[in-house]
Design a protein around this ligand. Sequence first.
Ligand SMILES: Cc1ncc(C[n+]2csc(CCOP(=O)(O)OP(=O)(O)O)c2C)c(N)n1
Ligand code: SF4
Ligand SMILES: [Mg+2]
Length: 305
Amino acid sequence: MTPLEDGRIINLMEPGHTGCAGCGQAIGARLVLKAAGPRVIVANATGCLEVYTTTYPRSSWEVPWIHSLFENAAAVASGMEVALKAMGRYENVKIIAQAGDGGTADIGMGCLSGMFERGHDILYVCYDNEAYMNTGYQRSSLTPPGARTTTSPPGTMSWGNKTRKKNMPLIAVAHGVPYVATATPAEPRDLMRKVKKALEIEGPKYLHLLVPCVPGWGIESNLSVEMARLAVETYLFPVFEIEEGVITKVKKVKERKPVEDYLRPQKRFAHLFKPGGEAILEELRRIAEENSKLEPGPAVLFGPT
Ligand SMILES: Cc1ncc(C[n+]2csc(CCOP(=O)(O)OP(=O)(O)O)c2C)c(N)n1
Ligand code: SF4
Ligand SMILES: [Mg+2]
């Protein structure tokens, strides 16, 4: 809940929307806004969050909010910043652009790259539920290896998604973005701290949130926060901060969990536990091992030329 200047205390993203019970993205978005406060304008790409919070004629948003196209939230947000500055009305305002993994890492990549490269004063939030959930669970470039989606179905010819997750944080760093971080709704205080910190920094900022999806991952609705926690505790989703190209903080897990603890409760990985699934399980273990070695230090060896 957020106190307003007129004394009212409200959620900046109200309940009563049509998202699934337990939607990790709803939890994430509410935390982002709670941290950002009421003086914020949001550009939201097409996707689950946009659709279920604005079922005509209602809206969950208590802040100025605009629905962009699927591909151009970053460009719309860029236009907002430039227009507000031109009108002399940019004081005490923050701008957030937000989209799902498909809207960020696939179709919105060009607009996002432009926003980064032009140096707009915008916090971009990627709500990564690891597939195109709004249109029926198709794979994206952020779908992990082995995951079942409707376009990476396991069967006689396949063991699910074949590719690794695109490294979006590193892509942001390669653009010279001064603040890049990852977080999950399993650690709300960490997530909110990162939003607040990002909004204090001038220029483009990139926050990558892992947000479990109940039907897309095939989990019980009470398990989404637990799944986000296990993604971190298995090191399948590394949590870190990168400032001016330097990794400044890495979450070290106290009691590391085997990847199976995260994968087993999710129907999208059920086929990996049948005979023959061992190779992908091994690949996922390797990825977790790589992530566990992440340490503070330079994130890239050279900056933009
Ligand atoms: C140009 C264009 N292509 C396709 C669509 C259909 N579409 C709407 S939302 C969506 C998937 C969104 O996936 P993601 O960005 O990961 O968000 P999620 O729904 O998973 O939260 C697609 C394919 C569209 N709206 N516009
Ligand atoms: S399909 Fe997934 S992302 Fe969409 S509302 Fe349901 S839980 Fe949330
Ligand atoms: Mg998605």
